[in-house]
Design a protein around this ligand. Structure first.
Ligand code: AKG
Ligand code: FE2
Length: 345
């Protein structure tokens, strides 16, 4: 297995990064390190008002969600009801997983991209031309729940965490359906999200001696419908908004949510998946905790017929089975929206 970033940084004192981690700069990264401070404008969705508010509050929240998906592809969810203690426990257990010995992790190391438990470094070390400053653990947690045997307690806490976040996604998907002018249960029914794929991803970004030369994750969009992200107190997520990279600074006890490629396809391009990346820093280890929430693996995802009208709104994407898309995206280098480009008409 390729050396993890954690081992690289802990085994000796590093003054510079190995050449394999130096990211070639391209014009889209010109403002690297000069991100605009406009995080206060990132839309916020109050989950309590959306799900338990009055009819008027729900309608207003759905309208906020529509604008967030349309103009940003990204929003922050507050008042979601998941206890902070559960989130912290999950973050700590992920850190403990990365601390396990190589022998304890070997069963999961660099497995096939559709294996239920997989850990490794970079994005896909077998194909990455440059390595990213990131180690990861990816677990399929729905419709079948998997979990590593160690550390102790991981299984129980992950089960609870994933159940709670899936409930939030279910409610958000209903609201997104309505915001697109579809039946409330349209996404649930057409993409069989009751048996939808949920993947829990833990990302570890150890301190990096030359953060301006490396990236934790390259610019990319996510597969699936909605990705929920939380992190320890260290920031690093950036989103591309109106052609500029901006820091996505989390509000306390919130989830950052991004629109995934399959939402873009289903909405026939009305809601675009958002490009994002992770930057690293010299001083602190960052851990981010992601749940990727998608259709059923066997669902064929295509634009909703109601959003297609041959003259004004022709279909913009071919249908493709989610399993095939996922395998394609995860097996190749992660690069912008290159996977989505393959299904664009
Ligand atoms: O750690 C982050 O901020 C980004 C993680 C991410 O984009 C992903 O896991 O897909
Ligand atoms: Fe992502």
């Amino acid at each position: 297995m390729a050396t993890t970033v954690k081992n690289l940084t802990e085994s000796s004192f590093l003054e510079s990064i190995p050449p394999k981690y130096v990211i070639p700069r391209n014009p889209e990264d010109l403002n690297f390190g000069e991100e605009e401070e406009i995080e206060q404008q990132v839309p916020t969705i109050d989950y309590y008002l959306l799900t338990s508010g009055s009819q008027e509050e729900r309608s207003k929240s759905i309208e906020n969600l529509r604008v967030a998906c349309l103009e940003w592809g990204f929003f922050t969810v507050i008042n979601h009801g998941v206890p902070e203690s559960l989130i912290n426990e999950m973050l700590n257990l992920c850190l403990s997983f990365f601390d396990l010995s190589p022998a304890d992790k070997s069963d999961y190391a660099e497995k096939h991209v559709l294996s239920p438990i997989r850990c490794g470094t970079s994005f896909n070390a077998a194909v990455d031309k440059v390595y990213f400053w990131r180690d990861y653990l990816k677990i399929f947690v729905h419709p079948d729940f998997s979990a590593p045997l160690k550390p102790n307690g991981f299984r129980e806490v992950a089960y609870e965490y994933c159940t709670r976040t899936r409930e939030i996604v279910k409610e958000l998907l209903k609201a997104v359906s309505v915001s697109l002018g579809l039946e409330e249960d349209y996404i649930e029914k057409s993409l069989e999200t009751k048996s939808g794929l949920q993947i829990l991803v833990a990302n570890l970004y150890p301190p990096c001696p030359q953060p301006e030369l490396a990236l934790g994750m390259p610019p990319h969009s996510d597969h699936g419908l909605l990705t929920l992200l939380t992190q320890n107190e260290i920031g690093g997520l950036q989103i591309k908004h109106k052609d500029k990279w901006i820091d996505a600074n989390a509000l306390p006890n919130s989830f950052m949510v991004n629109v995934g490629d399959h939402m873009e396809i289903l909405s026939n391009g009305n809601y675009k998946s958002i490009l994002h990346r992770a930057v690293v820093n010299t001083t602190a280890t960052r851990v981010s905790l992601v749940t990727a929430n998608g259709p059923s693996l066997d669902a064929v995802v295509a634009p909703a017929p109601k959003l297609v009208n041959c003259e004004k709104h022709p279909p913009l994407y071919h249908g493709m089975k989610y399993r095939e898309y996922l395998e394609l995206q995860q097996s190749n280098q992660l690069h912008g929206k290159s996977c989505l480009d393959l299904v664009r008409i």
